[in-house]
Design a protein around this ligand. Structure first.
Ligand SMILES: [Zn+2]
Ligand SMILES: [Zn+2]
Length: 568
C-alpha cells in the first residue's frame, strides 16, 4: 500500500468506478492529506444472488482515516453518494456538496444514524474553497440531477480537472449551463508556480459512460415536448410516469406537460415524495400546490384528469411501479385506461426486472411507453462529440478516462488521442491503481490499493466471494443432504443413509434414483467399515464422495453434497 506522498507530489488513488458503472470513488492526496471524491455504490448483477448493493473497498481509507480531510460530492446519484453511510462508520469527516446533493444524501446518512457526527458543508456554483491543503473550485455542469459539479483541484503539480458526470446541454430545463467559459479560462490559466511550469490543466479525469455513443446527447428539454405530444394524443387516459426520483428536471417537465393538459399530479413512492418535497422547498421544482393531490384521491378523478409520477423505473421489486404491475398497490389498479411511461434507461443489471414489469403492465391492459418506442428519455452523460469538445477546450497535458466499464474508457482514450492529447500521456487506469504527479510527469502504480467488490446483503457487511460462489452453486445445481448414523466403535452404519434434496431432482418423481443413490452410499460405507474405517471425518468424506460421484455419473450435475453423520 502506498505511503503518504512526499510534500511536492500529488497522488490520485482510484477506489472504484474505473471498470464498472457504479461505486465511483477516488482520492486526491496533497501534502499527505486525503480528499475523497464521491463515494458511490453499484447495483448488483444477476450473478450476485441476494446481494443488495456493492461498495468500494474502503480498506485504504480506513487505514488512513486520520489523513482524510473530507469528502467532495460531485452530485448525489447513488453511484456517487450511495456509499457514504458505510464510509462514515469508519471515517469521520465533513462532506462538501451543493445544497441539493447534501439534501439528497442527508436521508441516507440519517438512516445510518451518522448524521449527528457528520458536518455537511454546502458549496455553490463557481465557488473556490480551501479544504486543508486543497484548493478546490466547483464548476457547474449539466447532468440528470440538478446542481452537479465538475471540480478543479489547483495543486502544486498544476490543476487537476474532474468533469464529474456531465453532458453539454445547451438548453437545460433550469437554465443552468455547463460553465464552458470557466473551463476555457482554467485551460488558459498561467502557471501558479515560480518556475512557470504546469499552466492550464495538467490532468483531466473525464466521464466515459457514453464514450461509445457517436454524436451529441440530446437536450433534456426534448423530453418535455415528447411528453406533451403523448398527453395530447391520449386525452382520456390516466398517465403513470416512472422516473428516477432524483431527476428533478424530468419530474418538472412531466409535471408541466401534465398540468398543460389539465391534469392533477400525484407523487408516489417514498423517495419520489421525499425528493419532490425537498426540491419544492429549495425552489428547484415549481408545481402549484392546488394541482397536487394525494394518491388516495386519484380514483375520484376521471383517468384523463390524473398523472401519477412515481418511482420504479428500474423494476425494483418493492417500488411503486412494480407494486402496481403486480396488482399489489393499495390505490392504483392498472387497467386499459392507463398509459405507463418509463422515462429512464435501465442501469446495467436491472434490464430483466424492467422487462418483467413492462410485461406485467401489458398483461393488466396498460399501454407502455419507454425509451425503446418513444423519445421519453435522454441520457445525462456526454456523447463522443461532447467528450471531444471538452478535450479540445481543456487541452490537458495528461488524460485518464474515468466513470465507465473498461471498454468505455478505452474508447474515451481513443477520443483523447484524436483530440490531440499525446498518446504517451493517456492512461487507462483500473480500480486499485494509483497515479502520482511529480515534476517529471505522471507515474502509475498499478493495483497498489485493495479495490475489490464489497457485497452488502441486508445489514450484513461484506459477504465475500466465498458466499457468492456457494449461492451461485446452490442456485444452479441445488443441494443434496445425506444423513446417517454410525456405530463409533465399528464404523458400521446403524441408520440411513437418508437423502434430502432441494433443487437437484424433484424427489417424488425420482424415487428409484434416490434408492440407487442410497445403495451406492451404503455400499461405499460398508466397504470402508470392512477396511476398518471408524474415523468420523473419513466416514463423512466417503459419504460425500460416493454420493457426489454417483450424482455426477447419473445426472451430469454437481449439486452441493452435505453429509450429516451422527455417532452412537
Ligand atoms: Zn450521475
Ligand atoms: Zn455516475
Amino acid at each position: 500500500m502506498p505511503r503518504p506522498t512526499p510534500d511536492d507530489h500529488v497522488r490520485i488513488v482510484f477506489l472504484g468506478g474505473l471498470g464498472e458503472i457504479g461505486r465511483n470513488c477516488f482520492c486526491i492526496e496533497v501534502e499527505g492529506r486525503i480528499l475523497v471524491v464521491d463515494c458511490g455504490i453499484m447495483f448488483p448483477d444477476v450473478d450476485m444472488p441476494g446481494v443488495d448493493l456493492v461498495l468500494p473497498d474502503f480498506t485504504y481509507l480506513r487505514t488512513n482515516a486520520d489523513r482524510v480531510e473530507g469528502v467532495v460530492l460531485t452530485h448525489a446519484h447513488e453511484d456517487h453518494a450511495g456509499g457514504l453511510a458505510y464510509l462514515l462508520r469508519d471515517v469521520q469527516c465533513p462532506i462538501y456538496g451543493s445544497p441539493l446533493s447534501l439534501g439528497l444524501a442527508r436521508n441516507r446518512i440519517e438512516e445510518a444514524g451518522m448524521l449527528g457526527h457528520t458536518e455537511l458543508i454546502p458549496v455553490f456554483d463557481g465557488e473556490r474553497r480551501t479544504i486543508g491543503p486543497f484548493d478546490v473550485e466547483f464548476i457547474p455542469v449539466t447532468h440528470s440531477v440538478p446542481h452537479a459539479f465538475a471540480a478543479a483541484y489547483h495543486t502544486p503539480q498544476g490543476t487537476i480537472l474532474h468533469t464529474g458526470d456531465f453532458k453539454i446541454d445547451l438548453t437545460p430545463v433550469d437554465g443552468r449551463r455547463t460553465d464552458l467559459a470557466r473551463l476555457g479560462e482554467i485551460a488558459q490559466r498561467p502557471s501558479p508556480r515560480e518556475d512557470g511550469r504546469f499552466p492550464g490543466v495538467r490532468l483531466l479525469l473525464s466521464d466515459s459512460t457514453n464514450a461509445e455513443r457517436p454524436g451529441f446527447t440530446e437536450s433534456e428539454s426534448t423530453v418535455g415536448s415528447a411528453m406533451r405530444t403523448l398527453f395530447r394524443d391520449r386525452e382520456d387516459k390516466r398517465f403513470i410516469v416512472a422516473s428516477f426520483a432524483s431527476h428533478l428536471h424530468r419530474v418538472q417537465q412531466v409535471a408541466e406537460a401534465a398540468l398543460a393538459s389539465g391534469r392533477r399530479l400525484a407523487f408516489v413512492g417514498r423517495s419520489m415524495a421525499n425528493n419532490v418535497t425537498l426540491a419544492r422547498e429549495m425552489g428547484l421544482l415549481r408545481v402549484p400546490s392546488d394541482r397536487v393531490i394525494d394518491i388516495e384521491e386519484a380514483p375520484r378523478y376521471a383517468p384523463g384528469e390524473v398523472c401519477i409520477i412515481c418511482t420504479g423505473s428500474q423494476g425494483e421489486p418493492m417500488s411503486a411501479l412494480s407494486l402496481m404491475a403486480a396488482h399489489e398497490h393499495k390505490y392504483v389498479k392498472i387497467s386499459e385506461d392507463d398509459v405507463v411511461v418509463i422515462s429512464a434507461h435501465a442501469i446495467p443489471g436491472n434490464e430483466t426486472s424492467v422487462t418483467r414489469v413492462i410485461n406485467s403492465l401489458y398483461q393488466a391492459g396498460a399501454e407502455v411507453v419507454h425509451g425503446g418506442n418513444a423519445p421519453v428519455h435522454v441520457s445525462g452523460h456526454a456523447s463522443q462529440e461532447e467528450l471531444k469538445f471538452i478535450l479540445n477546450l481543456v487541452r490537458p497535458e495528461w488524460f485518464i478516462p474515468v466513470h465507465g466499464e473498461y471498454r468505455h474508457m478505452v474508447h474515451h482514450a481513443d477520443l483523447a488521442e484524436v483530440s490531440g492529447v499525446d498518446p504517451d500521456k493517456i492512461y487507462v487506469c483500473e480500480d486499485g491503481d494509483a497515479v502520482t504527479l511529480e515534476d517529471d510527469g505522471l507515474v502509475t502504480d498499478r493495483r497498489s490499493v485493495p479495490a475489490g467488490y464489497l457485497y452488502v446483503d441486508g445489514i450484513v457487511g461484506d459477504i465475500g466471494q466465498g458466499v457468492l460462489r456457494d449461492r451461485r452453486q446452490l442456485a444452479e445445481e441445488g443441494v443434496v443432504v445425506v444423513i446417517l448414523t454410525v456405530d463409533q466403535r465399528t464404523g458400521e452404519t446403524v441408520t440411513g443413509p437418508e437423502i434430502v434434496t432441494k433443487g437437484w431432482v424433484y424427489a417424488p418423481e425420482a424415487e428409484a434414483l434416490l434408492e440407487e443413490a442410497k445403495n451406492e452410499v451404503r455400499d461405499a460405507l460398508a466397504a470402508a467399515a470392512f477396511d476398518g474405517a471408524t474415523d468420523f471425518e473419513a466416514i463423512r468424506r466417503i459419504a460425500r464422495r460416493s454420493l457426489g460421484r454417483f450424482i455426477n455419473e447419473r445426472t451430469r450435475r454437481r449439486p452441493a453434497v452435505i453429509p450429516v453423520v451422527m455417532e452412537v
